[in-house]
Design a protein around this ligand. Structure first.
Ligand code: B16
Ligand code: MG
Length: 756
């Protein structure tokens, strides 16, 4: 950054300059050294910073600070402050030199002897042409004359019509702001030199004038706010200095008069005039007057009532004044959350605790009450008020399940923090609210309540939470943890979520391997499977399952139907969905005969064989592409679980192509017996196929459940003496013991339970 040393203010924004000025004021221990010509070091011990500066003959200067902010943005308050210090140093040296020549002194001497009229005349002699320019020069020198009249200067600068109405436009607004800025800069310098009477004289004129403009020409409020903020900041700094009672009175009168104006507005982010002048409001009478003024501002219609209320509350606390107006209390009561938020932004932490000590937070809706208590906790912590901190943290933990607050409580009073967990646990059933579970598990883990953590995790049945919190249980509760994992993994498998469950299980297995629990959990799962098998088979009379193929295991029924449709088309008929009901489960030749009869087509035996073979060719072609992905949902899991439950399983299909289809689906080895259209003489609804299946499994038909999608199949199973679960439409398969839409809808264990 390269700037002109004598003109820093035009290079940086007002906030940057102000911040740097604050820093200069704060800089108490520092060294300004010149290791070589044109190079300077500003080394400040308090606050800590180090800036290197290079100054050219022409007055250009570059600065480099060693702080992180400068490294990132090539500018920082330290650098600007150091430049100001350097400039000050240079000017002082020059002053010494100029003093020796008596030039400056001479100018001051001359000015001090002038009155305002003489000064004006003097200036206009040098600059007739431009009134704004004349005013600027006037503003520069005004404080040096005997009785400067700033009010006059400002009013003079502000255009008015003959009725006294202010006529500001963009152009003359700029001039007004310029003059105000010059005056404020001077006030700032005067304040630095502790010239308090002169400072308040400028501030009084400027603040009065700016507020007048803010009220009268509200369309320029935003622009004027920049200067007003600067003025208020100076006023606040002024009020913090020790001074004669006469000056205190001037400051207080200014604050009271300006605040009392109709249409007066408070600028957010600045100290209110009255708050700045508070150190001067010492007498009871003055306090009551100020308090009443603030009260008069608090009404429902006032959009700034929250800001006023903050001051009202402060004085209630600090001065112990009680309001006589009930209405105010009512207004403020409903605005308490907003007041707290505002007090927080003002960093008025004492007032926050005061408000909360007089408020029943639980009367507000939950999220609002939560926020209010959070504000309170923060304030208590910043003030080091442990007792209030504990109270807020306890309420936040117990009622609002706030994890951060609980951590604070734990650091302050571990027993109370654990008590809060116990209460939350008692009042909240597992799994009802996610945030409660997060709160509890987090708390149990952090406070080392391992047994409570394990019990809650067991009650939750949420394997993801288990994975999140198992690290603190592995060493102390290894076996219990492994059992829990085994149980929850089994439950997850039983949900038949397909691909997504498989993916979840893989993630869990990886995690278990990571934390060295895999072997133990797998052993637990095996143990459980063994017990499951024993209990299932021992308590149930059912010992085997028979599955039909088409429509139960795979959706080939559609292929059968479409193949028939094409054949019948060649024979001059168009078959319908209704026909599908009759061909389902029926053998190939029976199906053909049914369709020929229905559509009155006469064929010889040879021709029938010819068309049946043709249908099969079409069918085989259409199932060519079948892969294990074509298994109907949940089939594989169901077959595996049936085996796990100790059941024998068989396939009983009317299709002569059953084995081909099973191979394509890669499940031919999963069955204890496979009987198909090649093993029987009579087709469904004749029971032959299922009777043969039972024999092959060495079971009585009464010990077997058949899963069937065709009416003929259901009838065949019943005729064999088996139980039947219909797969498909309950209305069509009404003869079955019960129906479901697919094998993914239940588990073998549940079916056994249902058929008991
Ligand atoms: P194929 P399923 C049955 O199979 C079909 O449901 C039925 O539509 C078909 O006509 C029958 O197989 C004969 O099939 O022509 O391949 O020998 O349901 O008893 O498994
Ligand atoms: Mg079928």
């Amino acid at each position: 950054m390269k700037v002109v040393l004598l003109d820093l203010e035009t290079h940086f924004s007002t906030p940057q300059v102000e911040e740097a000025m604050d820093l200069v004021r704060e800089t108490t221990e520092y060294d300004l050294t010149q290791p070589q010509a044109g190079y300077f070091h500003c080394l400040s011990k308090n606050p800590d910073y180090h800036v290197e500066m290079a100054l050219t003959e022409e007055g250009f200067v570059t600065a480099k600070c060693h702080c992180a902010v400068f490294k990132r943005s090539k500018i920082c308050p330290h650098a600007i402050a150091s430049l100001m210090i350097l400039r000050d140093h240079k000017i002082r040296n020059r002053r010494v030199r100029s003093k020796s020549k008596h030039e400056k002194l001479l100018l001051d001497e001359v000015l001090r002897k002038l009155n305002i009229t003489e000064l004006r005349k003097f200036i206009s002699d040098y600059g007739h042409s431009h009134s704004a320019f004349r005013a600027e020069v006037l503003a520069y020198y005004l404080h040096r004359i005997r009785k400067p009249d700033y009010h006059h200067l400002l009013t003079d600068m502000t255009p008015m019509d003959k009725f006294g109405v202010i006529k500001l436009n963009r152009n003359n607004l700029k001039s007004v702001r310029n003059i105000v800025s010059i005056l404020l800069r001077q006030a700032q310098d005067l304040l630095k030199d502790n010239a308090l009477p002169q400072t308040i004289q400028i501030l009084e004129a400027v603040i009065h004038h700016l507020y007048r403009l803010m009220i009268k020409v509200p369309q320029f409020q935003d622009q004027l706010a920049t200067e007003l903020k600067h003025a208020l900041k100076l006023f606040d700094a002024f009020c913090q200095l020790p001074m004669a009672p006469r000056l205190q009175k001037t400051a207080l009168t200014l604050a009271m008069e300006v605040s009392a104006r109709d249409g007066f507005i408070l600028l957010k982010g600045t100290h209110t005039l009255l708050r700045s002048a508070e150190p001067f409001i010492l007498e009871k009478k003055a306090r009551i007057a100020a308090f009443q003024l603030v009260e008069s501002k608090i009404s429902l219609e006032n959009p700034q009532r929250i800001l006023w209320a903050c001051l009202w509350l402060r004085w209630t606390r600090v001065w112990g004044i009680e309001s006589k107006h009930k209405k105010i209390k009512t207004i403020l009561k409903s605005s308490t959350p907003d007041i707290l938020t505002e007090l927080q932004s003002q960093r008025a932490y004492d007032d926050i605790l005061f408000v909360l000590s007089n408020t029943r937070v639980e009367q507000f809706p939950q999220p609002i009450a939560h926020h209010m208590l959070q504000i309170g906790l923060k304030a208590a912590r910043l003030l080091g008020d442990e007792k209030s901190g504990q109270t807020f943290a306890y309420a936040l933990s117990t009622i609002h399940h706030d994890k951060d607050a609980w951590e604070t409580l734990f650091s302050l009073d571990a027993d109370r923090a654990i008590k809060s967990l116990t209460i939350v646990q008692e009042y909240n059933k597992p799994n009802e609210h996610k945030e409660v579970e997060d709160f509890l598990l987090h708390g149990f883990q952090l406070s080392g309540q391992k047994k409570m953590l394990l019990d809650r995790l067991a009650a939750l049945d949420d394997i993801h939470q288990l994975m999140r919190y198992d690290s603190s249980l592995i060493a102390s509760h290894t076996v219990a943890l492994a059992e829990l994992y085994a149980r929850q993994m089994n439950a997850l498998r039983d949900t038949y979520g397909g691909e997504s469950v498989r993916r979840q299980l893989t993630t869990i297995v990886y995690h278990l391997k990571d934390v060295d629990l895999h072997t133990l959990v797998m052993e637990e799962i095996k143990k459980m499977e063994k017990t499951d098998t024993q209990t299932n088979t021992a308590s149930s009379t059912i010992k085997g399952f028979i599955f039909d193929l088409d429509g139960v295991i795979v959706d080939t029924a559609e292929h059968h139907f479409l193949s028939w449709k094409k054949i019948l088309k060649q024979l001059g008929a168009d078959i319908t969905e209704e026909d599908d009901r009759h061909t389902r489960g029926a053998s190939r030749i029976e199906s053909l005969e049914y369709l020929l009869a229905k559509y009155q087509i006469n064929l010889s035996q040879k021709e029938k064989e010819h068309w049946a073979a043709k249908k099969n060719d079409l069918y085989l072609l259409s199932i060519e592409e079948i892969t294990p992905r074509d298994l109907l949902p949940g089939v594989l899991a169901f077959l595996l679980d049936a085996k796990k439950a100790g059941l024998s399983i068989a396939l009983g299909s009317a299709s002569k192509n059953a084995k081909t289809v099973l191979e394509k689906l890669a499940i031919e080895n999963r069955f204890d017996a496979i009987l198909d259209g090649t093993s029987t003489k009579k087709s469904k609804p004749d029971p032959e196929i299922f009777v043969k299946c039972c024999k092959a499994m060495n079971l009585e038909p009464g010990e077997v459940v058949v899963f069937e999608d065709a009416v003929k199949g259901v009838q065949a199973a019943l005729a064999a003496g088996c139980k039947v679960v219909g797969i498909g439409d309950a209305a069509i398969l009404h003869e079955a013991d019960f129906t479901m839409t697919g094998l993914d809808q239940s588990t073998p264990t549940q079916i056994l339970e249902k058929l008991k």
